[in-house]
Design a protein around this ligand. Sequence first.
Ligand code: ARG
Length: 480
Amino acid sequence: MAQLWGGRFTKETDKAVYEFNASIGFDRRLFRQDIEGSLVHAAMLAKQGILTEEENEAIANGLRGILADVESGALEISETYEDIHSFVEAVLTERIGEAGKKLHTGRSRNDQVALDMRLYTRERVTETAALLDELLSVILDTMEENLETYMPGFTHLQKAQPTTLAHHYGAYFEMFRRDRLRMEDIYERMNYCPLGAGALAGTTYPLDREYVARELGFVGPVMNSMDSVSDRDYLIEFLAALSVVMMHLSRFSEEMILWNSNEYGFVEIDDAYSTGSSIMPQKKNPDIAELVRGKTGRVYGALMSLLTTMKGLPLAYNKDMQEDKEVAFDAMDTAADCLTLFTGMLRTLKFRKERMAESAMKGFTNATDAADYLVRKGVPFRDAHGIIGRLVLYCIDRDTSIDRLTLEELRGISDRFDEDIYEAVSLKTCVENRLTTGGPGPEAMKQAISGYRSWMEGKKKGEGKGTGRKGAGERRRDER
Ligand code: ARG
């Protein structure tokens, strides 16, 4: 048991209490952020004459040594310390002596953990944005290749009207684009530095908070020291945005599971992204999509958990807030894994285009177009609707489709039908004529796609807000 306090205590902490209180088991993953913050804090203290240049140098070298040793594995983050902050400070003092004890001047673990968590979350927001970019680019490529891949569009999971694969995927492009934009919003709103708030009420040392904020890549300091240490809104916003990402991934997964089923047969999930059955030799199961759908619940859970943790807390810091970490880390890891795997699954997915088109031909997806045909021949829409309804019933009785009826049969129901009906209800015509903005007609789709492309190009050039500037991958796998 190693802790930073104890002066006013006359007894050792009970072992169970110590363990219940400790957070090193999970805040250890903040070691980079903790050291980064301490480096800047010490430099600022020296700049303000609170530490000597020599002390700052000793601290900086010590901290860099700890960082390198933890990264190389030479130094293990020992669970005998209460939390990551205590660990770093204790090892520093062990290594450099007296100067190490001065690092915490003008600082509290309250603003320290607020900073660490914000730095960490900011990286994960950037990482999520990059993962969304990957997914968006796979979706967009598929759209470009499938402007004329016909398939049925559904409402109530019943065939409704014909559309294209490009159009169907386009809906997901819009959804994940909103998610991507949410990352930028969150980044921009959260990018203020809590360090320098002290425990809650600032400090009497002449700290330069603007300097610290700038050095750590923030727009400026958080302007109220109580809010600095008690705010986890940015984390809640991120978990909310991740919940929406997961909801989108889950819906997409559900569709891939359906499309991959024997009954639909629209797609074939790659062997590398499928699993077998221990008993049924014929099985190839869409487990990855099912897991993504299933893991959505735990990300929602993290959001609910943190909202509930925060709702009754008086200002400013309370230990309850330590409960933000495990659930948030789990949600961030889960969402990142799901985005990565789902994108890989989509990239290797095979489309069975003939089956999709065949399915679009069946199920009367051209019934609206047949009614529109009669409207063009002067029949009021409501009457046309009734006529085509009767026509559909006639087809169902004979197990056929509108386009396979003879002109004689068609005329038996309405004398307005002519030879040109066959072209009017062909799949190609039905799709091509849907040219309204946002519709599946290839010309309308091309226009949408070109807008999406230039938006994606802009992202690459870093035109977006903060998240566009840095690449992902700053976080390493060994953090977990
Ligand atoms: N482990 C704590 C947390 O995660 C760090 C802050 C501790 N501050 C305190 N006053 N006990 O919130």
